[in-house]
Design a protein around this ligand. Structure first.
Ligand code: 7TS
Length: 410
């Protein structure tokens, strides 16, 4: 099978220096993209250009370098607003990643809006980062965490979701795409249902923002969080979108410089959005390179990337099913480019090690979704996840690698 005609995958691969190496004497086949994506040369160059050419603190310096750094830093905020189709870049807050976005909302919105007896709804397929902050909040406030069940194929049971919704529901926090199963959840419909009860909705977009065109206005979500490092940007940087009306009424997250208008020992007034939520010197270099990563995605076209990834998913799914004793975990109708699987008789960590011996990088284990694994009766899975630079030949190498594993272990 050939690569999609829309994108020149070989030309794209050339932009990723890390891909061109041998691991354990074999060409690297990197299929751990749901954990983190690799970085194109343009992103690496953006980091270098900042440190070599205009490193300065932002929003405060009265000099050329500070003005330039501030300018380019703020351009990324505009790019993120466009990436999510947010009404304004004032509604984009820089975070360290999805995890911090969730914790920010739990400690600001949660602190102000959640009271004893209130209910927060999440689902069985959440990443730990979309479970634990809400659990901590519920414990502190005496609120109750409710969990939407799933089917054996890894889809949310929407009738059960509707039964959980009530006047007590103050927040629904739901993953857009499951990292462990690949399931794409019908978040737009779920948001509408939650809003009928006056509940706010947080969408964990760690995987969603990578594979789907996101329009927060069309979704009508109240919050949307994602991580830069999964969309070809550096680690340690992410973004949170929040509706202006909510962000304006909730308290700040961290106290410190930048987030204030005026400080006296008696009282402090807070800065305007989005700076109210951004205390201290931020991760300037990585924000700037985040902007470059979003340019990389925009230049290729998100839909083109998604089409290629879907083709890899279909091809891989079809091929992997030919392996005896292997079961795919997560067979939802709407799926992103993740194939999670188990063998009847081979432990997932052995599969990972034996693939690594052949230069093939996958993730094994519970994928930070222990309650999901428990629901499915598994201790973990092996997971292959695809990005734009993966090829059909790499899928073939992965399948051949698995066949070797089977031969060695049986
Ligand atoms: N939510 C989902 C759905 C995720 O996939 C992840 C990371 C997170 C939240 C947390 O994102 P972070 O950038 O703040 O860490 N998922 C994975 C994964 O599947 N393998 O490694 C990290």
């Amino acid at each position: 099978m050939n690569s999609t005609a829309i994108l020149d995958i070989q030309a794209i691969r050339k932009q990723f220096p890390i891909l061109h190496q041998q691991v354990n004497g074999k060409p690297l086949v990197y299929l751990d993209n749901a954990a983190t994506s690799q970085k194109p040369q343009s992103v690496i160059n953006a980091l270098m250009a900042y440190y070599e050419g205009y490193n300065a603190n932002i929003h405060r310096g009265a000099h050329y370098l500070a003005a330039k750094a501030t300018d380019i830093y703020e351009q990324t905020r505009h790019k993120i607003a466009q990436f999510l189709n947010a009404p304004s870049s004032d509604e984009i807050i820089f975070t360290r990643g999805t995890t911090e976005g969730i914790n920010l909302v739990a400690s600001t919105f949660g602190r102000k809006m959640i009271q004893k007896g209130d209910e927060i709804i999440i689902s069985t397929m959440e990443h730990h980062s979309n479970i634990v902050p809400w659990q901590m909040l519920c414990e502190e406030k005496g609120a109750v965490l409710k969990v939407i069940p799933i089917t054996d194929s890894g889809e949310l049971i929407l009738e059960e979701y509707e039964k959980l919704l009530s006047e007590k529901t103050k927040l629904v926090s739901i993953v857009h795409i499951s990292n462990a199963l690949g399931t794409i959840n019908p978040v737009k419909e779920m948001i509408q249902k939650a809003h009928q009860f006056g509940a706010k909705v947080f969408v964990d977009g760690a995987q969603g923002a990578v594979h789907l065109d996101i329009d927060v206005q069309d979704l009508d979500c109240d919050f949307y969080a994602f991580s830069g490092h999964k969309v070809y940007a550096p680690t340690g940087i992410g973004a949170l979108y929040g509706k202006r009306a909510i962000l304006e009424t909730i308290p700040p997250y961290h106290g410190g410089g930048e987030m204030i208008k005026e400080v006296t020992f008696e009282k402090t007034t807070y800065n305007d959005l989005p700076f109210k939520f951004e205390a201290g010197t931020p991760n300037i270099a990585d924000v700037i390179a985040f902007g470059t990563a979003l340019d990389f995605v925009a230049d290729l076209g998100k839909n083109n990337i998604a089409t290629h990834e879907q083709q890899l998913l279909e091809y891989g799914t079809q091929k992997i099913q030919e392996i005896e004793g292997l079961r795919i975990i997560g067979t939802a109708k709407h799926k992103a480019s993740v194939i999670s699987f188990v063998f009847e008789d081979i432990h997932h960590s052995d599969v990972g090690t034996l693939l690594d011996n052949q230069g093939i990088a996958v993730r094994t284990g519970h994928h930070c979704t222990q309650p999901l694994m428990k629901r499915l009766g598994l201790s973990g899975t092996t997971r292959a996840s695809f990005a734009v630079y993966n090829t059909f030949e790499e899928v073939d190498a992965f399948i051949a690698g698995l066949q070797k594993v089977v031969k060695m272990m049986r």
